[in-house]
Design a protein around this ligand. Structure first.
Ligand SMILES: O=C(O)CCC(=O)C(=O)O
Ligand SMILES: [Fe+2]
Length: 292
């Protein structure tokens, strides 16, 4: 079960932590622990208004691309739109300075992915099993092949009523993989090329992406697995932040509303312990190269 490691950081620049403490944090993160920052709030002015307005416009999850400045959500009135965009842009900058300040070695090859604002309550939300994040899963995105790269995410609970964000976490990645991988047929020849040609995927879907997508789907669609696998529950209080490799740590979000999230992609080669990555674990289990 996933360990939570508390990091006593008070600023969004990881560099204020001692070098030893940063090393410890890096080891913990790459060993599939969750780094929890109990004293690191992300502050957003008039968050209640942002939540009310975005939900009224039908947006449960607003996704922002800092590279293009594009906010995905057409329905927002201009002033709300600008406020959300600036909060997302600032979150992106903060999360980036947190990650790079704590782990300068990740600067080589770090790719800044999407930033999101999640105003909606998770509990009781209707969704297909595949999109249901209350089921334990590891992250994998169908249209964004990572080709072996890691998915590192930073979250902040900004709930204005002081409600926690409740998560659960399941078994270690290697156990998940050993359970499901033997029954996953290999990526069919030609499929990845076809998906890329049809622009269904942004890059080529590698065998690694194939296994990760199947793991995500098989975990979520297996009701017996969901109810029987040992899991631990924990709550991230309002006004706190956390960071985790969500491609490796089996997780589920159960309850809470109003969070910010930033996604990063990190090449396995930039890690201190590449052998602990899902790519290397899956390669050991399948006796194949999966991302070349
Ligand atoms: O919103 C959250 O707290 C996490 C949900 C989740 O599992 C995800 O976005 O992949
Ligand atoms: Fe997830």
């Amino acid at each position: 079960m996933t360990e939570i490691v508390r990091v006593p950081l008070r600023e969004w620049t990881g560099s204020t932590l001692s070098a030893d403490a940063r090393d410890d944090a890096l080891h913990a993160l790459e060993a599939a622990k969750i780094l929890f920052f109990p004293q690191l709030p992300y502050s957003v002015e008039r968050i209640e208004l942002l939540r009310a307005n975005t939900l009224a416009a039908g947006s449960k999850n607003l996704s922002y691309d800092s590279a293009t400045g594009r906010l995905r959500s057409a329905e927002l009135a201009a002033p709300v739109r600008e406020a959300v965009k600036s909060a997302l842009e600032r979150y992106c900058t903060s999360a980036r300075s947190l990650v790079l300040g704590l782990f300068p070695r990740y600067a080589a090859g770090l790719i800044v992915g999407r930033t999101s604002f999640r105003p909606a309550e998770i509990a009781g939300r209707e969704s297909s099993w595949r999109k249901d994040d209350t089921r334990l899963h590891v992250d994998s995105f169908p249209s964004t092949p990572v080709q072996g790269k890691r998915i590192l995410r930073v979250f902040s609970n900004v709930n204005p009523e002081g409600e926690p964000r409740a998560w659960r976490s399941g078994e270690p990645f290697e156990d998940v993989a050993k359970k499901f991988v033997p029954d996953i047929p290999p990526l069919a020849h030609g499929v990845s090329l076809l998906l890329a040609c049809l622009k269904i995927t942004k890059q080529r879907r590698t065998a690694y992406d194939h296994y990760m997508l199947k793991l995500h789907d098989r975990m979520k669609s297996d009701a017996q697995y969901q109810s029987r696998v040992p899991a631990s529950a924990f709550e991230f209080p309002a006004g706190t932040s956390w960071m985790v490799y969500t491609d490796q740590v089996s997780h589920a979000a159960m309850r809470g509303s109003c969070a910010f999230e930033q996604t990063f992609y990190i090449p396995v080669e930039a890690m201190e312990s590449p052998e602990s990555s899902p790519l290397r674990i899956l390669e050991r289990l399948t006796h194949a190269r999966l991302a070349s």
